[in-house]
Design a protein around this ligand. Structure first.
Ligand SMILES: Nc1nc2c(ncn2[C@@H]2O[C@H](COP(=O)(O)O[C@H]3[C@@H](O)[C@H](n4cnc5c(=O)[nH]c(N)nc54)O[C@@H]3COP(=O)(O)O)[C@@H](O)[C@H]2O)c(=O)[nH]1
Length: 558
């Protein structure tokens, strides 16, 4: 029998306990030993949309049949065994619930605390999406790709399941941004993402690596992984044959793809991506719109290039470049001037030909510094020639790279060098290639005319090897055509060399330009080009390119 004091205390405890259970933020269910519901707080009513009076005394599984297969039994037994609360998270559409079970073995009952964590789950999902998916295209981002590649490499190394990374870079992506705006560029990227996704299996990962670069991770490729990867890359490439529909207009785009295969041999994520990237650069160098498979030779070539680049920077800072001058002669044997030709006096490799470093200098923009240096040196000599009657009428020809010419301040640079050196502009001839003249014709003509106005003249170098359009050749302020040496070398033999020289000579006459034959090596070639109307020639028959002091001696003798 309870005394009056004890029942008062128990009633007090009951009231206090109920008040506590009603005030906490969690939903609470207290169950008896047969899983019958003995208590349900207000939060549990709100969350389950049930009324306390309807469920009290009923079995939990009758009230919540969907929970029968859930983790409740397991959690209860674990809570009993460990004598600690056990919690878990479960999804009951549309809710995500956090649940904690506290067991009371002595009373064979339990309390279930639960709360809606849908908001937190949505935030977590959003954080995950932001961290691992690209916002613009919805594709996996670089981070997720790296994780999956790491996993694929582990499978490849342990299980011998080979895979491949395809590094995809859009060709000329910049042009759509520049011509149609960044929003259209973004649309193209979204369409490309869809197209890449459609081109591969759903188990492959198509990721946006950054900018206009995408990577496709192919897994489980089978024995001939290289062939399969190349076939898939070709399929991806071909998927670009169809135009992209951007805001009602059709846009054609191509892509360059580098392929790197991995398998059992130990390698790293960085290494695989570096290889695929290298192969992609190789595809670009091959003319774009193609697939290239990584081979170890590529690495060696890139290292050699990097070495050359750093050596060139050192050479530019030091004193390793020199100019040689090849005499330009009239076909009756008089020196008419000289062409300045750069040489690299390398401390270990000896004299390096410009063919070995001009292309790299152009790619890296070092040609800007180099080209200005050449112009300055050549104009200094031209200025010195003006002081001597034997050299005062000679012309100086200087090669101009397209990279130099297309800089907006090219004209100012030439004018500045002329002012600095005091060289006479009418003795300076700039040699431009056909491809240079073809690009951006209107602005090219403007630049040439500004320089021609001060007396500078222009020659087309290596004429006949490019694609000069005769329709605009007459509009360019050119004074000389230099016939490429390949046609001169071909003269006197079977082939079209002679006929081409004849045609170019006729064209030069029509356009009122002087003609210079390049690469004349024999007296027969000289006789031929003279007979065809070339007033000038250049070649080993007269002289190879010479250091300045040897050229001066040759002029003095002639
Ligand atoms: N942008 C710049 N380009 C330059 C500069 N200096 C040179 N170059 C370009 O490099 C290419 C190779 O030049 P180089 O090795 O100097 O060869 C020149 C001559 O040595 C060679 N030549 C001349 N005569 C003959 C001959 O009878 N036979 C023969 N096999 N080769 C001969 O021709 C080259 C001159 O070419 P070109 O400029 O077309 O008149 C070359 O493309 C240079 O233009 C520079 O400062 N800037």
């Amino acid at each position: 029998m309870q005394g009056p004091h004890e029942s008062h205390v128990e009633a007090l405890q009951g009231a206090a306990l109920t008040a506590t259970l009603e005030s906490i933020s969690d939903a609470v269910l207290i169950l008896g030993h047969a899983w019958e519901i003995r208590y349900m707080n207000g939060n549990a009513e709100r969350l389950t949309h049930l009324v306390r009076a309807d469920v009290l005394g009923r079995n939990l599984w009758d009230v919540f049949p969907e929970a029968v297969d859930g983790p409740y039994y397991r959690a209860y037994h674990q809570a009993v065994e460990t004598n600690t609360p056990v919690s878990f998270e479960e999804h009951y559409a549309p809710l995500n619930l956090w649940t904690e079970i506290r067991a009371y073995p002595s009373e064979q009952g339990l309390t279930i605390y639960f709360r809606d964590i849908s908001g937190r789950k949505a935030t977590e999902a959003e954080i995950h999406r932001l961290a691992f998916y690209d916002k613009l295209t919805g594709l996996p981002n670089r981070q997720l790709l790296l994780d999956r590649l790491e996993h694929a490499l582990a499978l490849g190394q342990r299980g011998g399941r080979p895979g491949a990374a395809l590094f995809i870079d859009l060709d000329n992506f910049k042009s759509i941004n520049d011509t149609r705006g960044h929003d259209k560029g973004d649309m193209l990227l979204q369409l490309v993402a869809d197209r890449l996704d459609d081109a591969v299996r759903s188990c492959d990962t198509v990721a946006r690596f950054g900018g206009d670069e995408f990577v496709i991770l192919l897994e489980d490729l089978g024995i001939d992984a290289a062939t399969s990867a190349q076939e898939i890359a070709t399929k991806v490439l071909q998927s670009f044959h169809e135009p992209f529909e951007i805001d009602g207009a059709q846009h054609y785009s191509t892509t360059s793809i580098g392929v790197a295969v991995f398998g059992r041999e130990p390698t790293t994520v960085d290494e695989v991506l570096k290889r695929a990237d290298l192969a992609m650069y190789h595809a670009k160098a091959e003319g774009r719109n193609c697939v290239s498979l990584f081979d170890p030779g590529m690495q060696a070539r890139v290292s050699a290039r990097a070495q050359l680049e750093s050596e060139m920077r050192r050479a530019l800072a030091g004193d390793e470049f020199v100019l040689h001058y090849q005499p330009l002669a009239s076909t009756d044997g008089q020196i008419a001037g000289a062409e300045a030709l750069i040489r690299w006096q390398h401390p270990l490799r000896g004299m390096v030909s410009p063919c070995a470093f001009i292309p790299l200098a152009e790619e890296t923009n070092m040609i800007l510094q180099l080209g200005r240096w050449v112009l300055l040196q050549a104009c200094q000599l031209l200025a010195r020639w003006a002081d001597d009657t034997r050299t005062a009428t000679l012309e100086m020809a200087v090669n101009v790279s397209p990279v130099q010419f297309h800089r907006p301040d090219f004209v100012e640079q030439v004018l500045e060098v002329l002012t600095l050196t005091g060289a006479r502009p009418e003795r300076l001839r700039l040699e431009l290639t056909e491809s240079l003249l073809l690009k951006d014709v209107e602005s090219t003509i403007l630049k040439m005319e500004r320089l021609r106005a001060v007396g500078v003249s222009f020659a087309v170098d290596d004429f006949g090897t490019g694609y000069s359009s005769l329709s605009y050749l007459h509009r360019l302020p050119l004074s000389q055509l230099k016939i490429d040496r390949s046609f001169i070398a071909g003269s006197g033999q079977q082939g079209h060399g002679e006929a081409i020289v004849r045609m170019i000579a006729a064209l030069g006459k029509t356009l009122n330009m002087s003609l210079l034959a390049e690469g004349v090596e024999t007296p027969e070639q000289l006789a031929f080009v003279a007979a065809e109307g070339c007033q000038y020639y250049q070649g080993y028959w007269f002289s190879k390119p010479l250091p300045e002091h040897e050229l001066t001696a040759l002029i003095a003798r002639s």
